[in-house]
Ligand binder design. Structure first.
Ligand SMILES: *Cc1c(COP(=O)(O)O)cnc(C)c1O
Length: 464
């Protein structure tokens, strides 16, 4: 399988190089040249299989010959063996035909583990084979960073630097990033917001000299391998709820458009997904672009769902490329507008194409709180604030009794105890394996929102 950049000016790569690189050298994102397709019969054959077996079948076409079948099966097995449940990503019934897809049984309590644990295993095998060393730099709104640190800590061939917005992540999120004792990980507290961190990361990737000097790699959701890993749970959940016999709707709390794009990919591969609903918090750029065609960057408004406090939604570029018939010229024009004017506008036929695939809604802080409280009162189920944005928007749109609605539950509520306590009046407990989190020693470097300072810190850390 070959991969092309959304901006059409970078070299085509195979899976292994796409995975190890992250961002394309023309500033674009990689996508497979064609989409693997499953027939209804293929889907029926998959139903009833384990998470690992379905993962293998769904992802195999994307990885080409990068790993042998035996190797890839082992990678998948190692990636998920420490998830706290045998099903890996279980469904929980919320009401009649609304279900939560719980994606947070991995080591850092958020859905990012599903992809990151797999990537850790794939990187390890691939780098060992190539006798290569790599430097991973990541930008995080909270959960990617801890998931990356957890997946790569202690690996010899990898050094990890994670930039997070100082003061804008929850205490649990921060401690998960700053308490790893392994020497190969460094947490960088940036004096800025998540979009600043993401912009710094992009700038680093566009400095080819620096990029090549340290062999820079990214595991942000711009990395195709992450999207690929997330496609799997759309299959496992839809099959568990009767696909391909019946259709399934999904509502996805999203910020960077990674998780919802994975749902779009699943649909392209033949999974009978009817509605794909985008749920945002008060940072609603994605809701606005679906409704009006205007993608306009505003200031980030900090919310109780910090992992979705994003304005520049990187993976949206992938959707634009695919929906507008793989046209890199169009993507380049839109992205140039975004760069120069902080916005772009789609025409009416383009808006219609988007609306044919995605619906959307946003949840204010008050609505998110009210949803958490109401769900807890009615069912005893405690939602994290991100999942609550999804539930709120799903319930508004769930008027088709015959089609199950699945809401992606993206984090364990214990990761956001203050928001939960505030809404529900209870304090969710951390799982046993994390009980000592608040006793561990924190280590991090404070850095200004300035590219040369940060590059220097990274270079110094690499050479230590
Ligand atoms: C990252 C994250 C999201 C948003 O995911 P995207 O990949 O940006 O769509 C939602 N909820 C939680 C808990 C997250 O960590």
């Amino acid at each position: 399988m070959k991969y092309v950049s959304t901006r059409g000016e970078a070299q085509e790569l195979d899976f292994e190089d796409v995975m190890l690189t992250g961002l394309a050298r023309d500033g674009g994102l990689y996508l497979p040249k064609e989409w693997p397709k499953f027939t209804d019969k293929d889907l029926s054959n998959m139903a009833g299989s384990s998470y690992e077996e379905i993962a293998f079948t769904v992802m195999k076409p994307f990885i080409g010959s990068t790993f042998s079948d035996e190797e890839f099966k082992k990678i998948i097995k190692n990636a998920y063996h420490n998830f706290e449940t045998e099903v890996r990503c279980p469904l929980l019934r919320l009401s009649d035909n609304t279900f939560l897809l719980e994606l947070y049984y991995g080591p850092t309590l958020a859905f990012k583990d599903v992809a990151m644990q797999l990537i850790g295993q794939m990187f390890e095998l691939s780098l060992k084979r190539k006798s290569q060393k790599i430097v991973i730099v990541g930008a995080t709104s909270g959960d990617t960073g801890s998931a990356a640190i957890e997946a790569f800590r202690g690996l010899e061939a990898v050094k990890v630097f994670i930039m997070y917005p100082d003061g804008a992540v929850s205490d649990v999120q921060r401690r998960q990033m700053t308490t790893a004792v392994e020497k190969n990980v460094t947490a960088l507290a940036v004096d800025g917001n998540f979009d600043d961190c993401q912009a710094l990361l992009k700038e680093m990737f566009n400095d080819f000299e620096f990029r090549d000097e340290i062999n820079l790699a990214s595991v942000n959701s711009i990395n195709w391998a992450r999207v690929m890993a997330q496609v799997v749970y759309y299959f496992t959940s839809a099959l568990a709820l009767g696909a391909p016999r019946n259709k399934i709707n999904f509502t996805v709390p999203t910020g960077n458009f990674g998780d919802i794009f994975a749902g779009y990919v699943a649909k392209k591969m033949g999974l009978p997904i009817d509605k794909l609903i985008i749920a945002t918090n008060q940072n609603d750029i994605l809701d606005r672009v679906i409704k009006t065609g205007i993608y306009k960057i505003e200031d980030v408004k900090p919310s109780i769902s910090p992992s979705m406090d994003i304005q520049v939604s990187s993976n949206f570029e992938r959707a634009l490329f695919d929906i507008f018939d793989n046209d890199p010229v169009l993507v380049r024009r839109l992205m140039n507008n975004l760069q120069s004017a902080k916005e772009f506008k789609l025409n009416s036929s383009e808006i219609k194409k988007l609306q044919d695939i995605f619906e959307s809604g946003s949840s204010s802080e008050e609505e998110t709180n009210t949803t958490m409280r109401a769900v807890y009162k009615e069912s005893g189920i405690v939602l994290c604030p991100h999942s609550a944005t999804g539930v709120k928007i799903a319930l508004e749109n769930n008027n088709d009794k015959d089609t199950p609605m699945v809401v992606l539950a993206t984090a364990d509520p214990a990761k956001f105890p203050d928001a939960v306590a505030n809404a529900c009046g209870i304090k969710p407990e951390l799982p046993d394996r994390m009980k000592d989190l608040f006793e561990r020693t924190e280590m991090f470097q404070k850095v200004p929102n300035d590219i040369s300072h940060i590059k220097e810190a990274i270079t110094k850390g690499v050479n230590e």
